[in-house]
Design a protein around this ligand. Sequence first.
Ligand code: NAD
Length: 469
Amino acid sequence: MTISETQQMMKQMMVHIEKDEEFLPKLRGDDRVKVFQSATEVLTTTDKVVKSYIRVSRDDRKIERIPAYRIQHNNIAGFYKGGIRFSEMVNEEEVENLAVLMTLKNALHNLPYGGAKGGVVLNPKDYSERELNLVSKKYVQRFAPDIGPTHDIPAPDMGTDERIMDWMVGEYKTIHPGGNYLGAFTGKSIDNGGAKGRREATGRGVYRSYWWLVHQWARKQKDQEELIPKGVHFQQYKKLKEVYEKSHDGHPVQLAVQGFGNVGSVAALMAYECPDINHHVVSVSDHIATLFHKDGLDIPKLIAFQENYGQLPNTEQQLEEYGIEAEILERDEILTLHVDVLILAAIEDVITRKNVEEMKAEIFVEGANAPITTEADHYLYEQGKVVIPDILANAGGVMVSYLEWKQDRITQYYSEQEVLEEMYTQMEDSCKRVFNEYFSRGINGIRHTCYINALKRLFTLMYKHGKLF
Ligand code: NAD
């Protein structure tokens, strides 16, 4: 999904909110029109785009000039917040779109943050530890005026991890001696003020959103089925119910996970271990290959391999060495397998107009940001398939980042159990609000319902702050 697609959807949802007479009923007539126009203008434009170049001396002494970004979309709901991505695919438009999604995500889950995102155009696998350390420190030097615990708080994203956050916080401390440096970054190591359970939080939250919809919602609708709007909504409900019933009739739910990094590997493990829904995690994939086994893959063994080699096994010899039973398929074959549930936890734009008709899964969970384009999303909706959107499903990480930021301010640390309980409670509250509203009000899509919720919060804050006349 591109930035213009995201903005287009925001505009459509603002029109929808304007027509909802129950929302700010005192705002009427011309006033209502003007106020909505100015709010739409603010929310569909970005506060600040900073592009810089990081110069690093490579191990062979050559100097390289690498483009880097920090983009702050909106801070009406609180300090800017969003990850830093290291990937050769990074570009300004993508970073801006991810910053907008952060604003919407934080607003949807009632977190006291706005939205931002950062990116560096490099493939971390091509850089040594020393080179990555230099890049991380230079990033902080370049963007130092724009980052801070009460201004803009970065976190890890694709290609970055706690080691990089630790280096960044170290550099921030050098630049700002005596300041509250720990709160300037989240996703740090536990020794360095990080929250217990942060690394697993996004993957756990992704799985929890799907689990909640099937196990806590669909399972309990039997006596109220007639309240679900006929058409797409009812079709979706039937699919969710079938998944639940299948699992309890002794036929494991077939689940696949694209991307086996921080998010995907944890979501796969959650499905593998889940006591409430009987799954076979039949397929997982990474940037090289897809692995498949019709009776389910051994996820703990695959995680052990991934921890050692940084990728999934992709030769018969590697599979044999680790005693893993699997067939090796082409990388993108995972998308079109006959499965019930497909968790997308790799990159953007993997399901598009070109391949959407080949999709066989019934439930799609967006662990990654924007993996389904708008056209493809619309097609899946028309087919009665269920898409749990990114801003709902993958917020576990930023929820725990908030706890980390809070604990670093008061230097009183949460236990892992407290972190998990807080995150699950918050995720379930959001799921309950979104899914109940979606299925009871017959809105055209779960993503639309999420956008409406987020935009209403942002609108209300701007209005109450006296920013809209
Ligand atoms: P990661 O770098 O740990 O893992 C990414 C995985 O995707 C790797 O297994 C990689 O091999 C795989 N991959 C890359 N290109 C692929 C392709 N074309 N096909 C299949 N697999 C491919 O990243 P991550 O932190 O797990 O993030 C994954 C996604 O989740 C990203 O879109 C990120 O923005 C989003 N996300 C992450 C977090 C977080 O806390 N880490 C939070 C919210 C959203």
